[in-house]
Every structure is written in C-alpha cells, then in structure tokens.
Design a protein around this ligand. Structure first.
Ligand code: PEP
Ligand code: MG
Length: 873
C-alpha cells in the first residue's frame, strides 16, 4: 500500500513519529469525544519529501485536498464558501519538544471577497476585519518574512492617526497598508487565492524545520534532524465572534502551588489567549461565578484529560457563541514545588503509580526547592539597588563585603555575608566558601567562574548585576544616589536577580512534605546509596536532612581556609624554624580535632570519608617573591626563619604542580598531623558515644602506586602509633582518588594497594581535556557559539572521553579485586549521563553536595525505571 501522508484526527493508528506531539494530542482528545474542531495532520514524512523536491509533491497535495473535503463535511463549512466559509489554522507539530519553529498561522482561507461576505452575514462590524488583519499579520511574518515589529509599528501609527475613526475603518486601513508592505517586501501581491494561501502556509511551517534557530536547538538538545515535523491543519473557531465568545487556557491543577483545583484565564471576545494583558480577562475562579455551566464543562474536561494522560494537563479553549471547543492540550508546566506536590498527590490518589510520579519530576528542579528564601515576601518594602542575571537561585541577607578578605573577616565573627565584587576567580575560593550570597558586576555572564562555582555549591548568585558601582578605596557600594558602606546589611534574591539595601529575613526551607515523600519512594528504587560532600558541621547536618547515607567526601583543604587556620598552614609552609613549624602543626591539629569531633558525633554509625589536604598552593600562598616575603613578615617569620627554598612555591602551573599526594610526599608532617587529628577525634567520640566512628581516609591525586605506597605507609605508622597510644582498633580504611588519566589506566595496580577507590570526575575532566574548570569559561563561550561543544563537561559528564576512562578504571580495578568498593565523586554526579554510567558500571557509592542529594536520588530512580521500561518494551 502506498504511503499515507495525511491523517485525520480520528485516525487511531497514526504514531507520534508521523503526526508529532500536537497531532497525537488532537487524536487523543478526538477519541475521548471532546469538542475538538475538525482537522488533519500532514505526516512528518512530508518534511523530507519537501526538502528533496523543494515543494509539496503532487501526491501529498491530492491527499491534502481530500482531507480538506472531509473537514468541510465534518465541520459543516466550505473552504472558499461565501455563506459559511471554513477558515483554517496551520501549526507545526514536531515529535519532540522543540523551539525555533514557525508560529501558528491563523484564519487561512480569507480574502477580500470572503471578508466582505462575512461582514454582510455577521452582526459585528469588526469581526471580519479583525480576523483578516490577524491572517495578514501571521502570513506576512511567516510566509512573506516581513518584519513583525515594522507591521506593528505601522499599525500603531494608523491607530494614532485615525483615532476618531470607527474601528472597522481603522482595521481596513491597517489591512490595506499591510498588503502594501507585503508587496514591497516580497515583490508579490498579497495572495487572494485561498489554495495558494494554504499551500504557502504549510510550506512556511515545514521550512522552519531548517531555520538556523531550530537547527541549533536540535543540536543543543540532541534531537535528530531525521525526526521531521508534522503539520496540523485545523478548522478555526472564533473567540472574538461576539460577546458570548472568548478564548483562554486552563490547567487541571494549580501551576504555582500544585493544589488540586483547576486554574486558568478567560478572555472575553478575543481571538488569542496570548494577549493576556487585554482588558476583558477573567480568572476561571471568576468564570465559576458568572458562567458556571462552562466552568463545569472545562473542569470535567481537565479532570478527564488528567486521568487519561496520567499527568497534570493544560488546554487552550475557545468559546464561540457559547459553544465550547478545545483547541489543544499539553503537559502543564508547573513550578518545581507545584510539580512535586501534584504528582505525589496523584500517586497517593492512585491516578498514577509511584514510579510514574518519580518519572514526572525534573530531578534537577529539586535542588532549587531547598534554597534559602525570604521569610515574608516584602521585597517591595525595601530599596532595590540593582538587578542582574540569576546564576543559581536562592535568597541571602548579610553584611556587605566588597572583597574576599572582608568576607572572611565578617565570617570569622560568625556574621552572614553577601559579597559584591566585579568578578571572582579560582583564587577567591576560600572567600567564596564562607559567604551566603554572591553578586558580580562583570558582564561575563553565565559561564563565568562565579556562575560555575555557585552551581556546583548551590550558592545564591547574581551575575552581570546592573545599577551598582564599587568604590573600593572608600569601601562603598553606589547605586544611583544611594551609597552603602561595606559592613551594612544588603539582601539578594538570586531567583529574580535583585539586590536590595537593608535586611530581609531569610529562611532555609525544610524538605517539603511532598519532596520528602517523593524522595522516599525514589529511595526504594535506588541501587547506589548517595552520600554528602561536606566539610563542616552545618553542611553535614544539611546532608543528613537531605537523606545522605553518610559523608562521602570531606575536602579537608576547605577546613584550612578559615583565617585562624590558614595562617598556621602558611607558617608551616614558609618557615624553616622547627619551633614555628611544630607550633603551627599543633594549632592546626587542635582545630582539626574540634571539627572532626563534631562531624563524627553527628555521624554515629555512618561512614565518613576524609580526603587528606588537596589544595592548589596558589590559593594559600602568593605567587611572587615580594608578596611571599611580605606574607612571611605578617606571619611573624623573620628573614632567618624563612625557608631557603620558599620560592619553590612560585609555580608556573599550580594546577599541575605541588598538590594532592605530591604535597604529602614533600611534607609527611602534614600526613601525621592530619591522621593524628582524625585518630584523636575518633578516640574522643568513641569514648563519648561508645561507638567507634567509621572512617575512611583518601589519598588525593595519585597517579602511581609508589605515591600511594609512600603516603599509605606514613598513614599506617601514625594510625598504629595512635592505636597503641589509645589501646583501640580504629578500623580506618585507606583508599585513593582516581582522578588522573594515568590512575584510571593503572586502577588495577592501585586497587591492589588499597581498600577502596574514589573516582574524581572533576579533576579527571580537567586532566583529560587539559582544561581548567576555573577558567575555561572564556573559550567555552566561543566553543558554544561556534557549535564546537554543546555542554560544559564539568556539568554534564563527557561520554566519549572521561566516561570511557572511568569505565576502563572500574573494569581494570574489578578484574584485580572484584569486590573493591568504588565511589564516584564530581560535580557531574547530578547529571543523568553520570548516573547512567554509575549504574552501568556498578559503582558502589555516589557523593554530591547536600543540596543535590534529593536530585541524585530521584535521577537514579528515574534511570532505573527508564531501563526497566526499555527492557520490557
Ligand atoms: C574531583 O576531582 O572530582 C574531586 C572530587 O575532587 P575536587 O573537586 O576537590 O578536586
Ligand atoms: Mg579532585
């Protein structure tokens, strides 16, 4: 049988690949007996034919004319008929959600004669001209490629110049002027032949499949060009027909709160529900009072659609002379809060299964729900200072710091801080780790270090903030006439990008009930337990609140950034005096013990993985001789006490330099101090709780067995020493990071020298690509623009290179030691690609920032459900 190209809405056998999402939804609504205006869908197969032949083939055209005949008889109107003219809407219907395609072309099939006959037959003087105007607008923009803003400017002029004329005369003037503009722009007369109108409208919609915008969208979103685009042709109904007519949209549940009550709008005597600012707008709530029967029908339709589609649904509807029509339906777009609430309630009420509820929520959105919020929404009562782009949402209020040093100083006094600076770099990381909110003025935008940092840590952050200027010398922030001194309180809502002068109280939300329920269901589908990356007591508590099974990664270097600790580390590194060094290590040890006691006490019975210090030294020490000298003086180190080779700390490439296990090999005292502090704290907590903390220690940035052996030997000696001293068995396990390509390739050898392995996808990405996560923004921006790359490998795990190395590492390690536990770290862990890889390679544990734990739990459950579905389909 020859291929079929045109499907009517009653067709039960057409597939989404053939008729697209819109076409499929129209078929479903028609099958449910809903009042859908008749129409047909031209198959996406036709897209390919169109581009091959550069026109609609005759075989397709003859099916279109046949389809049109059916619509005429179903709808009781004729295309080109003067008494009962059938007008058509032409819309694109891709089979994947897409942007960049043509807009709808409404009212196809009207010309001068038909418009005049509608005037004669209708009670309204303006109705015919309104719909003719709308058709000329849509057609000129999509088919004629006339600039819409030029057309609308002209309309505005005419309306101004002929303000005292009757509406119908003004509309006719607009129509005449637009036809002239069409001719001037295209060289052709505006078509009066309605078949030509229809063919050209369909062709324009198909052509939009190959527009730059839609091609780019497909590339960025991994949608194949082969998908093609179907075209829906549907009979028009008119919300502007008379005062008993209107249009609107409606949703089966509240889009903002998720409450189980329909919501929406109704625009009386209008044709387009996009024009929401228009005068005759009512909420469905108001409709319930004055047009109850219509309200009840809409409610019934929405509930029916929700039950059928097993999702919260939205519709576009039209009321023509009191008769209700449903034009289209789609899955509702709700706020993350609303989504979580709606789907859990739907599952509890058995409209959907728990697995379906899990699959219906965007896993990433959960992290935004956990962000701090203003207690009361009284943002209007406070002075707005500036506005920028939201890099990561959340609210913050704190003392204004105009430098990282000031931020650290305020934090030292336990005060909340909002840091406002031109820009930040990786060198500012210690300051960033202590602030509550970050505002940058630089125009670098979404790929800046500030943006990347805030995303990975969940820090409320506004970038590219306009309206503010910093006077560093006077420690002032200026905004118009207002001057704010450093240290005064400012507030920010990074969701809206707004920065305010003054205090707004901030609340860190508890996990919402619905999110808790959903995460609880997802946990039952999880194979890999999720742990928290946390290096302070509050972060660890937050991790447990988010259902962390333990602490996956304590990055100890972050503990040393506090001002009272960093100076001791600096002293240790710069001084040649044994006394100063010993004193510095003692002080560091005391501080570490205090922190670990809190961490272990909060984690009784749970595993805590502690990674020995892995800092980039240039974050702790300046990078030139003069500043190093100055710092030494500040730290009370005399010239004689200064280490002879201290200039070794000046490194041309700190990222590749003295860091990770290399620093530990150079300074074994640092191993003893850290491991000793861990043992001391374990002993204290064991005494208090009668339970020995479960601690694993990780050696960072290892590439060779010899490095691991060297550090592990020193560690074991310190552990043994402390076990003898305290007469206990600490049971500490030693593992190493796999975060250099060499370590992945040698994972079998490393596995045989330790008890567990940890994949560090952040460094592995840096070292595999040879790019730094701290300053890749500059060229990644250009790579995106030039389509060399479509996603940031520090956000979405690189499938071809980095993931391959991880697979090699896991399989080699398991070949040698089948049961060795393997952890996966890295900021990519929230990304589905990383989660799928973890499931595929049987990774034992995942770890991520506390704020991201619910997302990872959900994403993992979604990946499992998707795989199950794939296997049963
Ligand atoms: C990693 O490299 O993936 C890792 C977890 O370590 P860090 O991010 O601290 O370098
Ligand atoms: Mg690392």
């Amino acid at each position: 049988m020859a291929n079929k190209f045109v499907f009517d809405f009653f067709d039960e056998n057409s597939t989404i690949e053939q008729v697209g999402i819109k076409g499929m939804n129209l078929n479903r609504m028609t099958a449910l007996g809903l009042p859908v205006p008749s129409g047909f869908t031209i198959s996406s197969e036709v897209t390919k034919k169109f581009f091959n032949e550069e026109r609609l083939p005759d075989s397709v055209l003859s099916e279109i004319w046949r389809g049109l005949k059916d619509v005429e008889s179903q709808f009781g109107a004729g295309f080109g008929d003067f008494d009962k003219p059938l007008l058509l809407a032409v819309r694109v219907s891709p089979s994947a959600r897409m942007k960049g395609l043509s807009r709808a072309i409404l009212n196809v099939g009207i010309n001068d004669e038909i418009a005049s006959s509608i005037v004669k037959n209708s009670k309204s003087k303006t109705f015919a001209w309104e719909i003719y105007r709308r058709f000329i607008l849509d057609y000129s923009v999509t088919v004629g490629r006339v600039k819409e803003d030029k057309l609308l400017e002209t309309e505005k002029e005419i309306r101004k110049n002929y303000a005292e004329y009757a509406d119908e005369d003004v509309l006719q003037k607009i129509i005449d002027e637009w036809k002239l503009m069409f001719k001037k722009s295209t060289g052709q007369v505006f078509p009066q032949d309605i078949k030509t109108q229809l063919i050209n409208a369909i062709s324009a919609c198909i052509k939009s499949w190959n527009s730059e915008k839609s091609k780019n969208y497909r590339v960025r979103n991994n949608i194949s060009d082969d998908v093609g685009c179907a075209i829906v042709v549907q009979a028009m109904v008119f919300g502007n027909y008379n005062t008993s007519s209107g249009v609107g949209n409606a949703h089966s549940r509240n889009l903002t709160t998720g409450e189980n009550e329909i919501e929406g709008v109704y625009l009386r005597k209008e044709q387009d529900s996009c024009m929401l600012e228009l005068k005759h707008t009512f909420t469905l709530e108001q409709m319930k009072d004055v047009m109850k029967p219509t309200y009840l029908i809409i409610e019934d339709i929405l509930k029916n659609l929700e039950n059928e589609n097993k999702d919260v649904m939205s519709i576009n509807y039209c009321l023509q002379d009191e008769k209700l029509w449903v034009i289209s339906m789609w899955e509702a777009e709700q706020t993350p809060e609303a989504r979580a609430r709606s789907v859990t309630e739907m599952a509890i009420n058995q409209i959907i299964t728990k697995k379906q509820a899990i699959s219906l929520v965007d896993s990433k959105s959960l992290q935004y729900l956990m962000q701090p919020k203003f207690k009361k929404v009284d943002e209007n009562s406070i002075k707005e200072m500036g506005k920028g782009r939201s890099a990561f949402p959340g609210c913050a209020c704190g003392r204004l710091a105009l430098s990282v040093d000031k931020a650290i100083e305020f934090n030292y006094n336990d005060e909340p801080v909002v840091l406002v600076v031109k820009d930040v770099t990786a060198l500012d990381a210690e300051g960033l780790s202590v602030i509550n909110g970050l505002v940058t003025l630089s125009g670098d935008g979404m790929l800046s270090y500030a943006s990347m940092y805030s995303k990975s840590k969940g820090l409320p952050c506004v970038v590219n903030c306009k309206g503010l200027s910093i006077n560093k010398a006077e420690h002032m922030l200026k905004c118009g006439g207002l001057t704010v001194a450093e240290g005064e309180y400012v507030s920010m809502n990074a969701g809206t990008g707004k920065v305010y002068y003054g205090k707004l109280e901030v609340d860190t939300p508890q996990v919402l009930n619905s999110v808790g329920t959903l995460v609880g269901w997802a946990l039952t589908e999880n194979k890999i337990p999720v742990y928290a990356d946390a290096d302070s007591y509050p972060q660890i508590l937050r991790g447990y609140e988010m259902q962390a099974r333990g602490v996956g990664l304590v990055r100890t270097e972050n503990m040393f950034f506090a001002k009272n600790r960093i100076k001791y580390l600096q002293q240790f590194l710069l001084s040649s005096s044994d006394k100063i060094k010993e004193n510095a290590l003692d002080k560091l040890s005391d501080e570490q013990v205090k922190e670990y006691v809190k961490i272990f006490a909060a984690s009784v019975g749970k595993v805590v993985n502690i990674r020995l210090i892995d800092t980039l030294l240039h974050k702790m020490l300046p990078s030139n001789k003069q500043e190093l000298n100055e710092l030494a003086i500040k730290l009370g180190i005399s010239n004689e006490e200064l280490k002879a080779d201290y200039t070794n700390f000046i490194q041309s490439d700190p990222q590749m330099g003295m860091r990770g296990c290399r620093l530990l090999v150079l300074y074994p005292e640092l191993i003893d101090m850290q491991v000793g502090a861990i043992c001391d704290a374990m002993y204290i907590v064991n005494k208090k709780t009668k339970q020995m903390p479960r601690v694993n220690i990780i050696v960072p940035l290892v590439s060779m067995v010899a490095e691991l052996e060297y550090v592990a030997k020193e560690m074991k000696a310190t552990i043994r020493f402390n076990e003898n001293k305290y007469e206990v068995d600490f049971g500490i396990k030693i593992g190493c990071m796999l975060e250099t390509p060499r370590s992945c390739l040698c994972a079998d050898l490393l596995a045989s020298h330790c008890e567990f392995l940890c994949i560090g996808a952040n460094d592995l990405t840096e070292l595999t690509f040879g790019i730094s996560r701290d300053d890749c923004a500059k060229f990644l921006n250009v790579y995106y623009e030039d389509s060399l790359m479509y996603s940031n490998p520090f956000v979405a795990l690189d499938i071809n290179g980095v993931a391959e190395l991880i697979e090699v590492a896991v399989s080699r390690a398991r070949m040698k030691k089948p049961n060795i536990p393997i952890w996966m770290f890295g900021d990519q862990n929230t990304n589905p690609v990383a989660i799928e890889l973890a499931l595929k390679t049987n990774i034992n544990f995942l770890s991520c920032a506390p704020i991201k734990i619910p997302s990872v739990i959900l994403a993992q459950a979604q990946a499992k459900i998707k795989n199950e579905k794939k296997n049963t389909d």
